[in-house]
Design a binder for this molecule. Structure first.
Ligand code: HEC
Ligand code: HEC
Ligand code: HEC
Ligand code: HEC
Length: 429
């Protein structure tokens, strides 16, 4: 099911390693994790209500434990659903299996678990902020710089692309963990993620006020989205390089492909000739939800990169069914991706970029470029964010609600309905 970032659409729908940049992700760094209880005392991050006299609200624990799904991620492994998944995989249980704990808890090695550490805390503070062993005392000292705190193991969640690498490691997969087709075949849901939308959906336990901006800066939604897209692309390429061809298997890692390329009725003709994907009918389409927005981003941020990205993407789509060549296609793309990333980082994005991106994405929609469900899902999240930034979302709420309705159930998604909706976009409501 599609997740939406806005209460309006919830009324309509059931709302129900090492990073690529070299720093170790919290799970794989060398510091001891002291446990949520260590962070959660009343004088530290366990205040019941938000404080205003201090730099940070200090009620982070309450927000996390009451509102944030990450605090429930381990408990999910005790559910009937997890028991079934574990059974299907031949595991004794889910809550002791490393393959599940790696994404549903702060699964650091035994030797790095402090006296108050409990695996049952799920995705606790240190799963994102890093093991506190060395920064526990320094991070409360105003005279100690953030650079020093980072050197002491505090993970730079405030910086891109570090934050993206952290979220993607569990929500998309990484060198060390992946929700493989085997796990999905056993009953695990398909993963979908978009950095800005999910950053909005995760109940914030930080307040972006004047002192925050001074200490960490503040990226607007468009920048977060744009950098998230570039990082999703980088991580997708990395997964193709490292996971596409599993050992001892006739088939590639099917979770990297579009699920509905295979899982649909034969009478439902899904293949159409698409400009960005020149692969012939009968080949399995890559899940390109992480690569989809590179062309509109290039058109807005650096047009000179468009041709190179376009041919790189075409080549990847074409070659992904020919295993060795796929890896070569990845390296060709990566150079242009790095250039795009720098072009986006050079300037903060505001309403003018939002307007241009929206026009690009609406045009792609009416040309039928969001033909696959995973593409449509990304388009909806992008449009919702862009309309919100432009202050136009409320005027077009009926149309946005319809957009969400078309992607509410992936088994009932019809590309034709989705295209029709773009043709009725209320330019001036
Ligand atoms: C690569 C990371 C990853 C791995 C490995 C992983 N999960 Fe998950 N799992 C997730 C994420 C992320 C979600 C939340 C999906 C969302 O809401 O977008 C999730 C959701 C779930 C859900 C909720 C399903 C629902 O219908 O709401 C269950 C149950 C679950 N996982 C069990 C397991 C079990 C059991 C294992 C081990 C066999 C496992 N997971 C391995 C990342 C992972
Ligand atoms: C799923 C990842 C995640 C978890 C779990 C998590 N945080 Fe955070 N935290 C973030 C992100 C992202 C930010 C915003 C970026 C930033 O300011 O570094 C943040 C911000 C903060 C800030 C604000 C820092 C500032 O400079 O104003 C504090 C304090 C904090 N978290 C403490 C905690 C505590 C305590 C816990 C556990 C109870 C926790 N966090 C759990 C991701 C997480
Ligand atoms: C250690 C793995 C891990 C990391 C790191 C992580 N997540 Fe999650 N996230 C999960 C799992 C597992 C769930 C599902 C938990 C549940 O449903 O109980 C989840 C759930 C969520 C949800 C709720 C989804 C829904 O369908 O309502 C949001 C939003 C989210 N994560 C955002 C983020 C963001 C933003 C980051 C990075 C700052 C992040 N996550 C980092 C594993 C992770
Ligand atoms: C290349 C084709 C292909 C792709 C792509 C693919 N699958 Fe599969 N899937 C299969 C085949 C073949 C089976 C085993 C036969 C069956 O059970 O239908 C299977 C089985 C499954 C099952 C178990 C069904 C059952 O009845 O036991 C699930 C669930 C599943 N896949 C989910 C997914 C998800 C989620 C994705 C996308 C992330 C995906 N698949 C991508 C071909 C594919």
């Amino acid at each position: 099911m599609m997740t939406c970032r806005n209460l309006l659409c919830c009324a309509v729908l059931l709302c129900a390693g090492v990073s690529l940049y070299g720093e170790a992700l919290p799970q794989y760094a060398s510091e001891v994790h002291l446990g949520v209880a260590t962070c959660a005392s009343g004088v530290c991050h366990g205040s019941v209500s938000a404080r205003t006299s201090t730099d940070v609200p200090q009620n982070e624990y309450v927000t996390w434990s009451r509102l944030d799904r990450h605090s429930n991620a381990y408990n999910l492994l005790l559910s009937e659903k997890s028991r079934q998944i574990a059974d299907n995989l031949g595991l004794a249980n889910a809550h002791e299996a490393a393959v599940c704990l790696d994404c549903h808890a702060d699964n650091v090695p035994e030797a790095l678990r402090g006296a108050r550490f409990q695996i049952s805390d799920g995705i606790g503070c240190e799963a994102c902020h890093g093991g506190a062993e060395r920064y526990i005392s320094s991070h409360v000292d105003p005279d100690i710089s953030s650079i020093e705190n980072h050197a002491n193991g505090l993970y730079p969640t405030g910086q891109f692309p570090s934050r993206a690498a952290l979220c993607f490691s569990c929500h998309l997969g990484s060198d060390n963990k992946i929700a493989s087709h085997e796990i999905m075949g056993a009953g695990h849901p398909r993963l979908s993620f978009e950095l800005d939308t999910f950053s909005v959906l995760q109940p914030a336990h930080h307040v972006v006020d004047e002192d925050y901006v001074q200490r960490k800066g503040a990226a607007g939604n468009v920048s977060v989205w744009a950098l998230g897209q570039v990082e999703a692309a980088a991580q997708t390429l990395r997964l193709i390089e490292t996971k596409l061809i599993p050992e001892n298997s006739l088939f590639p890692e099917l979770s990297l492909f579009d699920c509905h390329a295979c899982h649909h009725a034969m009478s439902d003709q899904k293949w159409v000739s698409q400009e960005r994907n020149p692969a012939p009918p009968g080949t399995v389409r890559l899940n390109d939800s992480g690569l989809l927005m590179l062309i509109p981003l290039a058109r807005v941020f650096d047009e000179s990169l468009q041709a190179g990205l376009h041919s790189g993407l075409q080549s990847l789509h074409h070659q992904v069914n020919k295993s060795e060549n796929a890896v070569a296609a990845v390296s060709g793309l990566r150079r242009n991706l790095d250039l795009l990333s720098s072009a986006i980082s050079r300037k903060p994005s505001g309403t003018s970029e939002a307007r241009k991106l929206l026009d690009e994405i609406l045009a792609m929609g009416s040309q039928g470029q969001f033909h696959d469900y995973v593409a449509a899902e990304q388009a909806v999240m992008a449009i919702d964010m862009l309309l919100s930034v432009l202050g136009n979302r409320d005027d077009r709420s009926d149309w946005v609600d319809q957009l969400y309705e078309t992607v509410a159930d992936e088994d009932q998604f019809y590309a034709g309905d989705f295209i029709d909706l773009f043709l009725t976009y209320p330019d001036s409501p």
